[in-house]
Design a protein around this ligand. Sequence first.
Ligand SMILES: [Zn+2]
Length: 341
Amino acid sequence: MSSTTSGMVCGHHHLYSTLARGMPAPPTRPVDFRSILEQIWWRLDVELDLETIRWSAMLGAVEALMSGTTGIVDHHESPNAIEGSLDVIADACAEVGVRVVCSYGVTERHGVDGGRRGLAENERFIRAGGRGMVGVHAAFTCSDGLLDDAAGLARDLGVGMHIHVAEGPDDRDAGRRLRGIAAPDWLLVHCVGLEEPLPGRIAHNPRSNMNNAVGYARPARFGESVVLGTDGIGSDMLEEFRLAYVAHRSDDVTASPETAWAWLTNGHDLIPECRDDSVTWSYDMADSAWHVAFTPGVRALRVESATGEVLLDNGRPTRVDLAEVRAKAAEAAQNLFRRLS
Ligand SMILES: [Zn+2]
């Protein structure tokens, strides 16, 4: 028994983090949001080179397809390999057959020049015809000047801005600082501590928020504009939906899975073509919120692109050799771990 749905969309991803699983433990154990960033992610991202990014993105894209996810909205940072990084990610996804919207997360963590180079990468990629948004890491690692310039660039390019907002206590000022420049085409990620809504869509990432102990974002308060993302922990959107539902339910016992299902399907507003991709699942009620919410382990068996091309057959990608991608990614991960330890 099986059923068919549209392709799923991951509304916020970090393909660069696919190889992080199993990385060496940091020198100091992180104890809060800030130290998780400093000890894990900001140590990892400085070690990324274009080759590592390529295999991280390839494996992430393959795993997305194997989860029935045909569209990814990616947010990338690699402070020592900025130029060309968005092309590497876009090319890896194209090779596998997954749609991607790329953005480089600009930040002044590595100085003003780092911020400028990040902005230039967004501009270069999008002006050359790449599908993207202007990325910003978060308000708390950027000056007001850089935030204004990023917002201006997004307006000039006719795209939205993709930015982490009030994920943890260090960024609690984000709402105040972004008010007045945020626009309806922005993608505002997390918004756990955002008190007054800003213009834009909200990307809710329940697994990541739990993993970082930043609290429940209560996304239902933002109304219709919520999408689901994984924040880099895979691309299994039915799994993220189940977590979104149960996190909602833990906050409000009257919550219905229909709400989190709407967040899941809102992802099609970000990458509309995924509506015309078709996924056949290992379960006959994969199109029903009430069934999927209580049925872990539903697998994608087949993915057919809107163009009619079969991208996943019997659960395996057709365009790339799964064993080879896994082997190359494992090799890249070992090299990365050596640099980290
Ligand atoms: Zn994120």
